[in-house]
Design a protein around this ligand. Structure first.
Ligand SMILES: [Zn+2]
Length: 221
């Protein structure tokens, strides 16, 4: 019980940041959140903001040639990766997830001629996802962590893989993680968000499946 209260308290303090007008005003004023500090690939995890994003650094993209490799300079991995865990389960592998993440990204960097950048440190609580939703961002990119008054969320870049079904898969995966390993596990009736930045929600909304109570917000910057 005490634990749930702790999560609830943290959730309330973060959810204060979510209000459409407030977000709109911040996003319009802080255009530097659209400019990325680096062009390196990392996970969609809310703990790895900045740069460019694919779940597990691309582990779940079946045809790696669908990835626009020209976008990236280097590749990171991170520990405790939900996408890597998903891949290991799907393929019935007997691998240590953190070791597998490192090996996979090292091989990927080598294959596509990118710099292997090693482990990126997670900017979220250990063993817990504190995302209040998902930032689904079109070009040029988006970095919520540059502005303290923006809520944490998974970050999805639909322009990296030219396959709508893959992006939908990433959205549903992130929602599943929020539901099973994040606030959604404890606070089922609360609202969670899909924040579309320079992206059309209509392309996606019909195929999103989640038990979470979702609200869509759209911003053109
Ligand atoms: Zn991850």
């Amino acid at each position: 019980m005490e634990k749930i209260e702790k999560f609830e308290k943290e959730f309330r303090s973060l959810s204060k940041l979510v209000e459409k007008q407030k977000l709109q005003a911040i996003l319009e004023k802080k255009k530097d959140i659209l400019f990325l500090n680096d062009r390196n690939l990392r996970c969609i995890d809310e703990g790895t903001p900045g740069g460019l994003h694919l779940a597990g650094s691309g582990v779940l993209v079946k045809d790696k040639n669908l990835i626009n490799w020209d976008l990236f300079d280097g590749i990171y991995f991170h520990q405790e990766c939900g996408a890597i865990n998903f891949f290991i389960k799907e393929n019935n592998l007997e691998e240590n997830p953190d070791e597998f993440a490192e090996k996979f990204t090292k091989d990927l960097a080598k294959t596509y001629g990118k710099e292997f950048l090693g482990k990126i440190n997670l900017k979220r609580p250990k063993h817990f996802h504190n995302a209040l939703g998902i930032w689904i961002c079109g070009l040029p990119g988006f970095d919520f962590s540059k502005e303290k008054s923006l809520p944490p969320g998974f970050i999805i870049n639909p322009f990296i893989v030219k396959d709508l079904n893959y992006t939908l898969f990433e959205i549903n995966l992130a929602l599943n993680i929020i539901e099973n390993n994040g606030f959604g596990k404890f606070l089922k009736d609360e609202k969670f968000y899909l924040w579309f930045i320079n992206e059309n929600p209509k392309r996606f909304e019909k195929n999103i499946s989640s038990n979470l109570n979702l609200e869509i917000m759209k911003f053109n910057l």
